[in-house]
Design a protein. Structure first.
Length: 198
């Protein structure tokens, strides 16, 4: 790329001195005097814009070579600096791109981990809520069973109490009947005397 830019800025000098060389070659063909005149004849006139380039041709090749080498050296240095700056800017852009990629990749992975965590937490909380609901249902069922059992026990107790009361009433009635019979006959009950007589 540097060579193309340098060649555009400095056209080759070898093509410009070809005019006197061509005139010299044609002069050898002609006779002696005519050849000398033609070699001394200045080149044809050119427009004012090209006069500067003709002046460069007339200068000695050493000074032109020095100026060209000095100018091309500065230009080469400037081009090298531009190329270096371009390379550094590409490297910086690449570095920022890679850092951005790394940041984006890390952010995506962090987002994935956060989403995974939220999903797992939601699943655990749902399971815990279901267990709590199941426990509440079991507690309610167990409480209902215990209430029913307590009601059954109370019913059985009431039945037993009623039976005891019924037996007591029968025994009281029997005792009253026996005491009336003993009074009518004048006999004393055997068991009671046995208890007192002992």
């Amino acid at each position: 790329m540097e060579k193309n830019v340098g060649s555009e800025l400095n056209p080759p000098l070898a093509s410009e001195p070809e005019l006197p060389a061509a005139a010299a070659a044609s002069a050898e063909v002609k006779n002696g005097c005519a050849a000398l005149e033609e070699s001394v004849v200045p080149p044809p006139e050119v427009k004012a814009d090209d006069s500067k380039s003709l002046a460069v041709v007339e200068k000695t090749p050493d000074s032109a070579a020095k100026k060209t080498s000095g100018g091309s050296l500065d230009r080469d240095v400037a081009l090298a600096n531009l190329e270096k700056e371009k390379q550094l800017s590409f490297i910086k852009a690449w570095e920022e791109s890679e850092k951005s990629k790394a940041d984006n990749k890390a952010q995506k992975k962090l987002a994935d981990v956060a989403a995974w965590e939220n999903c797992k937490k939601a699943a655990v909380e749902a399971k815990l809520k279901k267990i709590e609901e199941d426990l509440e249902n079991k507690k309610a069922e167990y409480a209902e069973k215990m209430k029913n059992k307590a009601a059954l026990i109370h019913k059985q107790a009431e039945e037993k109490k009623a039976m005891i009361e019924a037996i007591r009433g029968e025994e009281l009635l029997k005792a009253e009947e026996m005491s009336a019979k003993f009074r009518a006959t004048g006999k004393t009950p055997q068991k009671v005397l046995g208890c007192f007589g002992g």
